[in-house]
Write a protein that binds this ligand. Sequence first.
Ligand code: PGA
Length: 260
Amino acid sequence: MTSRIPFIAGNWKMNLDHQQGIALVQKLAWTLKDANFEYKNAEVVVFPGFTSLRSIQTLIDADNFEIKLGAQDISAHDSGAFTGEVSGIALKKLDANYVLIGHSERRQFHYETDEVVQAKTAAAFRHGIAPVICVGETLEELEAEGAAAVPVRQTLAALAGHEVLGNFVIAYEPVWAIGTGQVATPEQAASVCGKIREAIRSAHGEVADKVRILYGGSVKAANVAGFLRSPEVDGVLVGGASLDAEEFAGIARFQSHLAL
Ligand code: PGA
């Protein structure tokens, strides 16, 4: 374990309306409280859909929850004629601490290129929202180029041209492991996360020691400790299992499984 605070992120994707979202965050907070969870040991961040952000911001604020809030996407533009887009200005007003950028579902189904990811990363930096830049290879890319080539390339492309100060997170999510139950081994995840950190070090220097690099893809309470045992892996990005408060709380409490 390093001095980087582990980052436990729940990507709700296009699930839950705002009432269900409120219920989930309440249950998550109470479950963690009952377990005497210490937020200094891990940062817990939820990424609801846009329509739930305001309700969850209000809940977190009113009940003084230490859970943090993130958005699932950000426009590259700040305002104007961009129907359907959501700007960093609006997200910042909702106290979004983080924003997912370049999730493989956006790259695959919404044709987001490395250029788009780079422009959205710029927008996040511009508005003081820390980007969680998602990178990862498909099964075909894994077979053609090995595991690290595509995630390293995507990481460097997203950061190109920015003044990089360490206020960002990288999430390595092999596309073949997302929502499939086909999880990468802890050794595979650690190896790619380590190569991403080395690439950031070569391109941007010491900031590489500050950035948190996560693994994502079929993470559950039962397998999280295996990933976080490695000093290369600073947290997890969780999809399906983040929709169940007790399961996600079990993931946030990974330190209690580390000894097992
Ligand atoms: P999963 O999704 O945990 O359901 O595999 C991870 C993600 O897409 O962020």
